[in-house]
Design a protein around this ligand. Sequence first.
Ligand SMILES: O=C(O)CCC(=O)C(=O)O
Ligand SMILES: [Fe+2]
Length: 195
Amino acid sequence: MHQQQELNLPDAEVYFFPQFLSKEESDLYFVMLMKEVNWQQESIKMFGRQLSMPRLTAWYGDKSYTYSGLQNKPQPWLPVLLELKKRVEVVSGQKYNSVLLNLYRSGQDSMGWHADDEAELGQEPSIASLSFGAERKFSFKHKSRKDLKGQSITLHHGSLLLMQGQTQHHWLHHVPKTTRTVEPRINLTFRMVVE
Ligand SMILES: O=C(O)CCC(=O)C(=O)O
Ligand SMILES: [Fe+2]
């Protein structure tokens, strides 16, 4: 059975499965995803300037979706992504119709503070986040309650993080840069995009 931990975050529902996939399976998935995914360098308009996103991304699924101000046209599912989607659905008890992939090439790649609270994801989105490759720190901070401490967790090769309920409503999360020398990391976030 998959060992499951619940993070102690008020106003949130976050579960962590440290051994969701074995090391051997995760090694194979990492190589396949690196090779088969159509990784793109997107840019984002900020303060009137076009800036390169500090990571590569790809979007697969059934519906288009706005993320970080970008209109993401999905690419058709790859077999490896459908396989992972099915395995994640079994554990989470949720269905997904899209996946956003992030490739953090080095410690200089990152994701800024945000919540996945776009209207397209519905009121209480369930987001399933699968990690491969290098370990990276992932932190939470509450949007309004300054009395609550932030919390960090290390997302490692083959681990699954589930965020659901009110989590996106009340908390922000990010993947900070690190000055440590780190190998590439691939992250998949499965989502259900509603109209
Ligand atoms: O890379 C991660 O672990 C987080 C990705 C994330 O927050 C997102 O894609 O919305
Ligand atoms: Fe996110």
